[in-house]
Design a protein. Structure first.
Length: 294
């Protein structure tokens, strides 16, 4: 088996909205016992609370500083890899203050990074004081779920075996992996182990997986997916990771191995589209089970 890297896009639009609420006070008129009381009530209703603009600005600055600090703590020393649907590969590496960006079209930029609260963009500067901007990228990062999106469409996966200084080397492997991604598009795979049978098809950003256990119970999954150098990760419609497999592929592309978190491995053989058109019946037959179409 030959290990390769792969990262596949899953289309995603990241939108940030800040909702502000406003309210109005309805005043009901009542007979006042005296003109003085009425006048006092009217003056009271017209009063508005004073807003300290300096305090508001300070709170906004604190929020931006907190977000930047959270990113810095989470990203320092990490390298992220991704690939879009056109097989363009990207590497994005972070140090405490520095950033490096590499693409397999020969693009490369390095410098110092900065973000602004509420702005889904990462800015790259020439200087550590963040005064001379040299590039900007549509970008978002969910620190809680460790999920990064580049250029609004590319799911970036953290490369645990690489660091900030390895961006160029990782990019070389990503370029090779682009050929694997192109090969996997439109392919179908079936595997059988002691627990049952599993089938999988990959097309664009979508992955379909169907499994049958030895008792004949059927389960199916439709999801988004990405692959890095050793993990196939499945995402729900909200792009939250739901499962991850280790993977290997044979050099001739005929066998794909998936290993779950428990260390169990299923070896999957590539099947034709004709076989895959009735994949459920195919799975039941692979387990010598009777299949009745509902």
């Amino acid at each position: 088996m030959m290990k390769k890297i792969l990262a596949l896009t899953a289309a995603l639009a990241m939108l940030t909205a800040v909702a502000t609420g406003c309210g109005s006070d309805e005043e009901s008129s009542k007979e006042a016992s005296s003109a003085a009381a009425t006048e006092a009530a009217e003056e009271s209703s017209e009063e508005e609370p004073e807003v300290d603009e300096a305090d508001a600005d300070e709170n906004t600055d604190d929020s931006a500083d907190d977000e930047t600090a959270a990113y810095a703590n989470a990203l320092a020393g990490t390298l992220w890899l991704g690939m879009d649907s056109e097989y363009n590969c990207y590497a994005l590496g972070f140090n405490d203050e520095e950033i490096v960006f590499e693409a397999n079209d020969g693009s490369s930029v390095s410098g110092y990074w900065g973000v602004t609260a509420g702005d889904p963009t990462i800015y790259i500067f020439e200087d550590a004081d963040l005064t001379n901007q040299v590039a900007s990228l549509p970008w978002s990062y969910d620190t809680e779920n460790d999920l990064m999106i580049l250029n609004d469409t590319v799911i970036m996966t953290q490369a645990d075996s690489y660091s900030f200084d390895d961006a160029a080397a990782a990019m070389e492997q990503m370029a090779t992996a682009a050929k694997v991604q192109e090969f996997l598009q439109g392919t179908y795979w079936v595997g059988v182990d002691d627990d049952g049978a599993i089938a999988m098809g990959m097309d664009g950003e979508s992955l379909e997986m169907v499994s049958v256990d030895t008792e004949g119970n059927l389960d199916d999954l439709s999801c988004l997916w990405s692959m890095d150098y050793d993990a196939l990760t499945l995402y729900d419609d909200s792009y939250a990771p739901v499962y991850s497999f280790g993977w290997d592929i044979a050099e001739d592309g005929s066998v794909l191995e998936l290993t779950d978190s428990d260390g169990s491995t299923v070896s999957m053989q590539q099947v034709s589209e004709e076989d895959a058109t009735d994949i459920i019946a195919y799975l039941y037959a692979s387990l010598n089970l009777d299949y009745t179409e509902e």
